[in-house]
Design a protein around this ligand. Structure first.
Ligand code: 5CA
Ligand code: ZN
Length: 408
């Protein structure tokens, strides 16, 4: 489907400062920051929205984390290929459409368009490929057929399941115990109790048509794709095997990222799905994870309608390390607004020698995207009222634009 217009990619900072340090990212499998060693291009897949209530600040925080990663890779001299999906057919979307008397396609299209507008306003680098689940059904069917050839698929009342025991590496993404997996699976769309399954953790690949639900004809029968296979198929097809980073929020570590990796790896033996698995923390609001199902949302579009500068929203999110779980408050926004005003003012005024500050920003971001430390480096520069050095403010503005995505 159509992506959004990416902000212009500027090489000004790189031209003046040379390439930045290589990017390290925390990897779920090792539980530690690991140096990324991207090929040419660096290949990134980020799990996209299920478009029934877009875009809350939790979504925005997650996409911002990976926007920073792309910027850090670019500053380190890499080209980046970025793929993001849209889960434009799935249970929660269909349920919301039914509950509100809307067509599911119309709902998905409207919320996806709002998401594009929000991402554009927030200056987020656009995916090179923005792939809907519906348009990707042929890829899903092909991947399931490969799994069938490997003996990894069985049917329960016409629904097709992935047999997790066929994946010798199953569990290596999340590192969870089987008991923890069972809990998380039940909480996140899984069906451990369903009679007829070989293993309670086996996950749905293809759901035969249910009355009143959309379905597509295929060699697998008439039905629709399961969730995990959607990302496995889109990522594997458009990025190839062993791509650099699979990203999303930490709510996706299990089952989603574990299952999609397992499915892709069993279908393509000997080839890892992703080289690294990177997750953003959960943004909460009013004591709970911000979520469409709970309805405790602060929407980016609502803040924009209220006249909030999207740069201030971005700065409010950047004030928290991407791996942290944190609570959104009005105070968080006002800190962002004040910081934006101070930075704009400092750049307009001119500033002290900025070479230390800008190398600080780039190295903080290269080290597992430490945005709060990068903001502190700009704060310190902006607060220094020593003698003005020609060109210093322009250099800060270039680096803040290239690395943090804030145009001053
Ligand atoms: N369509 C699937 C992924 S394939 C999905 O999880 N959609 S979503 O709309 O629920 O979430 C979109 C992205 O935002 C996911 O990467 C998810 O991990 C992340 N996300 C959802 N809620 C939050 C939150 N409260 N804080 C941070 N990130 C969140
Ligand atoms: Zn996904």
């Amino acid at each position: 489907m159509r992506s959004w217009a990416s902000p212009p990619s500027s090489t000004a900072a790189r031209d003046r400062l040379g390439v930045a340090q290589p990017l390290s990212l925390y990897d779920a499998r090792t539980g530690a920051p690991e140096p990324t060693k991207p090929g040419d291009p660096a290949r990134l897949y980020v799990c996209g929205i299920t478009p029934y209530d877009a875009t809350h600040l939790g979504h925005a925080a997650t996409y911002l984390a990976f926007d920073l990663a792309i910027r850090a890779w670019r500053e380190a001299g890499h080209e980046v290929r970025y793929v993001q999906n849209v889960t434009d057919v799935d249970d929660p979307l269909l349920e919301r459409a039914t509950a509100t008397g809307q067509g599911w396609m119309e709902l998905a299209e409207r919320e996806t368009e709002l998401f594009r507008e929000d991402m554009t306003a927030l200056n987020m680098i656009a995916p090179d490929l923005f792939a809907g689940a519906v348009e990707s059904i042929p890829l899903v069917v092909d991947l399931i057929k490969r799994l069938q050839e490997r003996g990894a698929v069985y049917a329960v009342d016409g629904d097709l399941y992935f047999s997790v025991t066929t994946d010798p590496a199953f569990g290596s993404v999340s590192g969870l115990s089987r008991d923890e997996m069972l809990v998380r699976f039940a909480e996140n769309g899984g069906d451990p109790e369903r009679p007829g399954k070989r293993d309670p953790l086996d996950c749905l690949l293809w759901q035969r048509q249910r009355e009143g639900e959309p379905a597509w004809e295929s060699d697998l029968g008439t039905g629709r794709p399961g969730w995990h296979i959607e990302c496995a198929a889109i990522a594997r097809h458009h990025l190839g095997g062993a791509f650099d980073v699979q990203g999303g929020g930490s709510d996706l570590v299990f089952p989603h990222h574990e299952m999609s990796a397992g499915e892709a790896q069993v279908a393509h033996p000997g080839e890892v799905f992703a080289k690294g698995y990177s997750h953003a923390g959960m943004v909460g609001y009013e004591g709970h994870k911000m979520s469409k199902s709970r309805g405790n949302l602060v929407l980016v579009s609502r803040l924009r309608t209220d006249g909030v500068d999207p740069r201030a929203i971005r700065l409010s999110l950047l004030a928290h390390h991407y791996r942290e779980d944190w609570e959104w408050t009005d105070e968080a926004l006002s800190v962002g607004e004040k910081r934006l005003a101070r930075w704009v003012d400092a750049v307009a005024r001119g500033g002290v020698d900025s070479r230390g500050a800008v190398s600080g920003i780039r190295s903080m971001l290269a080290g597992d995207l430490n945005a709060p430390a990068a903001l502190a480096a700009v704060d310190a520069w902006a607060a220094d009222d020593g003698s003005v050095v020609d060109g210093a403010a322009e250099l800060v503005a270039e680096v803040v634009n290239a690395s943090l995505g804030i145009r001053l």
